[in-house]
Design a protein around this ligand. Structure first.
Ligand SMILES: Cc1ncc(C[n+]2csc(CCOP(=O)(O)OP(=O)(O)O)c2C)c(N)n1
Ligand SMILES: [Mg+2]
Length: 871
């Protein structure tokens, strides 16, 4: 004590620790502090009002942490006070989210006195083991600074340092405030000096060097672009970003986490780049073909890149970060983006660089309008773009909302909040409270608009109570779609675990005390939504407005899929790697270099015909992928959805079509399962292709020839004989035993297939031989068409001989107009066989769908015309 008194006497202007801390927070811009009281923090809370801080009594610590996060995203910083152990651990998910997402939140934990700690007392809210550091140690992992305020002589410095680090690194800090330190004196005179939140300047030479390199590449590039990401927002370089855009006129794109970073009304704004999930769709091509992508504050997480579907090269990329820069493959540690950007802006002029136009971005409301009254995701998000006003604060929750918002073009000045990286559902409700409060604390009339899924809302619904209590006026859209739609798309479309309890959501407004102050709406159709969105008083947002908004459980009338999901499917082709004895299916050749697209389009085609011919409902998630096709006609998609609903009663058949990669270019095998008959399937696909009226009606673009096989065996003599015997038996009279073909020559015909490895030969017949067998003229004539890929053991001739030798001589070989064609596909050690109608096979361009689509009308109707292109 004596020590402390001596120390206090030396203080110019002694003030209490709590006051010092809170006045610093106030100085930085914090006006409201979230949290819950507890006996370890009560004393500190008494200081809040006199320091100009409002206390937000939250409903629980998790919500409080989310709210502090939302608050910090709108103001400079957020603050949260919890109590030791029980309170702080409830907040930890929210703080982890802030750490992950680079949000400056100060977490102050009221904890037992230093004396109790020193004596290891058995106190409430401890683990009973005398360890008072255990929770701080947990938080250390998710904080960029841990300040344990135990020595008054150091506390003021500790506080200033923690707050500075919090701001500069834009991440949470953890401050442990023991009860006996709250009233300890620290030097208040320090408060005369503003807290130093200035970023350290770059070392001038390194900065100048990086700037030179950046300028050199910018000037040399043919089609440079700017890509703005989350850390540009978090590390506060948006002013520089806008100056750069103004100065250069370069096309500028944002990532999903960068949404709201740039003025989307700026003429050079080109949309959202998220790899395969980009919007508008041209963005992908523009960004990926750019020879210089200047990324600012990149955060390339899975959802932010639509499942890592970026196809950009580091060789064409300059990455500017808050603490380093990367130019192509050279990293410059310690060089921060702000300094570099300022210099580049100063030194560059638009006339020195090549500026390509950016695509026009619009809210595509009309394009996504369909004739139903259902509110579809595809229509909703662009429509919201028209509803939004300048400077609105828009919060979207993990779920369909977070993806849907990619399609919303913002008016200028919109701040967008989302938790794309951490993705803890329920966050948005707390964040909405914090964001709305931040706007109110700024005395601004910015509207705060929340889009949250019904599932997520259930996690943190009580925060509505705080919003009502604080008289905040957010507009809350709860997207009611019977549960976890986004999860359904990932897995378990109909699974019980993706269902939720059926709440009367709007009734919560009354439950939480808003019956006289808040408005409630239920919106189930486009018309109702239109009426609401165009209602002047709704737009004025003068009180809390709660909208129950109904959308279909499966997303929409089959037309919408999250961009990330689309991207995931576009990028991923799940292929088996093994063929097996007994396999049935279709060998498919495709255009070189188009494997992914070819496999996807063929799978979709198979599923379409699987449904049409055999009533097989495609696996739910993949059915959706197909329905996400933008070109699909709306009525057809609605019809399919209705059919799907009817068919959902029937047991689902999964995996009827599974592509197998065989490791060689231009060919794969599509395994099929009963009841699918590969021959019938291919025949129908080809017949339809033959009827196809024009190029825009083509069902596929990358597929060439399809060869059905109805059984597979080992490609040994014995194996081939076994499979041939099984397959041929229904068409031909077969010799009892393996016999050599009589006097028939084999000769190669018509060159090779697309792959170099392929040798294709057809059995040819001498006219005399034909005559000799004339007595069996009523029996099918045949030809053998075989393809060998990566097989070195058997020779073509031997295979032909083997098969032909099994067929009784009454069946004549006929190369030109065979009744039946025996198709033999040998790949490595497997041999697959089928028998198809010779005339149809020829007419259908030997099942080359590409050739069929290329046929002229005349050719289709059997006329001469120019020869159709074959493989
Ligand atoms: C705390 C937490 N628990 C679980 C999840 C897994 N999860 C991610 S999205 C989601 C469903 C969201 O459903 P909803 O809010 O109804 O949105 P919808 O997709 O239906 O629009 C779930 C359960 C999560 N991200 N965070
Ligand atoms: Mg939902």
């Amino acid at each position: 004590m004596a020590n402390i008194n001596i120390r206090v006497q030396n203080l110019e202007q002694p003030i209490d620790v709590a006051e010092y801390l809170f006045r610093r927070l106030h100085e930085i811009g914090v006006r409201s502090v979230h949290g819950l009281p507890g006996d370890y923090n009560l004393l500190a809370l008494d200081y809040l009002p006199s320091c100009g801080l409002k206390w937000v009594g939250s409903v629980n610590e998790l919500n409080a942490a989310y709210a502090a996060d939302g608050y910090a995203r709108v103001k400079k910083m957020g603050a949260l006070i919890t109590t030791f152990g029980v309170g702080e651990l409830s907040a930890i998910n929210g703080i982890a989210g802030a750490f992950s997402e680079h949000i400056p939140v100060v977490h102050i934990v009221g904890c037992p006195s230093t004396i109790s700690q020193r004596n290891g007392m058995l106190l409430h809210h401890t683990l009973g083991n005398g360890d008072f550091n255990v929770f701080a140690n947990m938080s250390a992992q998710i904080s960029c600074e841990v300040a344990k305020l135990t020595n008054p002589a150091e506390i003021a410095t500790q506080i200033d340092h923690a707050l500075r680090v919090c701001f500069i690194r834009s991440r949470p800090v953890y401050i442990m405030l023991p009860t006996d330190m709250v009233e300890c004196k620290v030097e208040g005179a320090r408060l005369k000096e503003p807290i130093d939140l200035s970023e350290p300047e770059n070392e001038p030479e390194s900065e100048a060097y990086v700037v030179d390199v950046v300028l050199k590449y910018l000037r040399a590039a043919k089609n440079p672009i700017i890509l703005v990401d989350a850390c540009a927002i978090r590390h506060r370089v948006l002013e520089e970003v806008h100056d750069l855009i103004e100065k250069t006129n370069l096309p500028v794109f944002v990532t999903p986490m960068g949404k709201g970073a740039v003025n989307e009304e700026h003429p050079t704004y080109g949309g959202v780049y998220a790899g395969d999930g980009s919007h508008p769709h041209q963005v992908k091509e523009i960004v990926e073909s750019s020879d210089l992508i200047l990324t600012i504050g990149a955060l390339k997480s899975d959802f932010n890149t639509a499942g890592f579907s970026y196809r950009t090269s580091q060789l064409n990329t300059i990455d500017l970060h808050s603490d380093h820069c990367v130019v192509k493959y050279s990293t410059y540690p310690g060089v921060q983006m702000r300094g570099v950007l300022r210099q580049v802006i100063k030194k560059i002029s638009a006339s020195e660089i090549n500026v390509q136009p950016a695509p026009v971005v619009e809210n595509e409301v009309t394009k996504n309008l369909d004739p139903t009254s259902t509110i579809t995701q595809a229509w909703f998000w662009p429509r919201i773009g028209e509803f939004l006003q300048k400077k609105d604060i828009v919060i979207t929750e993990t779920g369909t909302a977070n993806f849907g918002i990619w399609d919303t073009k913002f008016p200028s000045g919109v701040t967008a909040l989302s938790q794309v990286l951490w993705g803890s559902i329920g966050w948005s409700v707390g964040a909405c409270q914090g964001a709305a409060l931040a706007a109110a604390d700024d005395n601004s009339n910015r509207r705060t608009i929340l889009f949250v899924g019904d599932g997520s809302f259930q996690l943190t619904a009580q925060e509505l109570s705080t919003m009502i209590r604080l008289k905040l006026k957010p507009i809350i859209f709860v997207i009611c779609n019977d549960g976890f739609t986004i999860e359904r798309f990932i897995h378990g479309m109909e699974a019980e675990y993706n269902d939720i309890a059926n709440w009367d959501f709007k009734a919560l407004v009354d439950v939480f005390g808003g019956s006289s102050t808040a408005k409630k709406f239920v919106v189930k159709s486009k018309e109702e939504l239109e009426n609401l969105l165009t209602d002047a008083s709704f737009n004025a947002a003068e009180c809390l407005q709660f909208v129950e908004l109904y959308m279909p459980k499966e997303g929409t009338a089959g037309r919408w899929k999250t961009p990330a999901q689309k991207a995931k499917q576009a990028g991923r082709v799940e292929m088996g790697t093994a063929l097996d004895v007994g396999d049935e299916g279709i060998w498919v050749t495709y255009a070189r270099g188009m494997k992914g697209k070819a496999v996807r389009e063929f799978k979709a085609l198979c599923e379409e015909y699987g449904e049409k011919l055999y009533g097989i409902k495609p696996p739910a998630d993949e059915a959706e992928a197909k329905s996400g096709d933008e070109e699909e006609d709306i009525e057809a998609s609605i019809q399919r959805e209705l059919d799907g609903m009817k068919a959902s009663q029937k047991p689902r058949v999964r995996g009827v079509f599974s592509p197998v990669s065989v490791g060689i270019e231009c060919v794969f095998f599509m395994k099929t399962m009963r009841p699918v008959d590969p021959c019938q399937l291919v025949l129908q696909i080809c017949k339809d292709a033959q009827e196809c009226p024009g190029p825009k009606d083509r069902k596929c673009k990358y597929i060439n020839r399809m060869t059905p096989v109805v059984d597979t065996e080992k490609a040994t003599e014995k194996g081939i004989e076994r499979v041939a015997r099984k397959v041929l038996a229904s068409f031909f009279s077969l010799n009892e035993e393996e016999k050599e073909a009589e006097g028939e020559e084999q000769k190669p015909v018509e060159g090779s297939d697309e792959t170099e490895e392929v040798k294709e030969t057809t059995k040819a017949v001498e006219p005399e031989a034909e005559e000799k067998k004339a007595e069996a003229s009523s029996a099918f004539t045949y030809a053998i068409r075989h393809t060998m890929r990566n097989h070195t053991i058997l020779k073509s001739e031997a295979v032909i001989k083997l098969i032909a030798g099994m067929i009784k001589p009454e069946h004549k070989v006929n190369l030109r107009t065979p009744d039946k064609v025996i198709l033999v596909e040998i790949f490595q050690m497997f041999c697959g066989i089928s028998v198809v109608d010779g005339k149809e096979w020829e007419e259908l361009k030997r099942y080359n769908i590409n050739a069929l689509y290329d046929m002229t009308g005349e050719q289709k109707s059997g006329g001469g015309g120019k020869a159709a292109k074959t493989e």
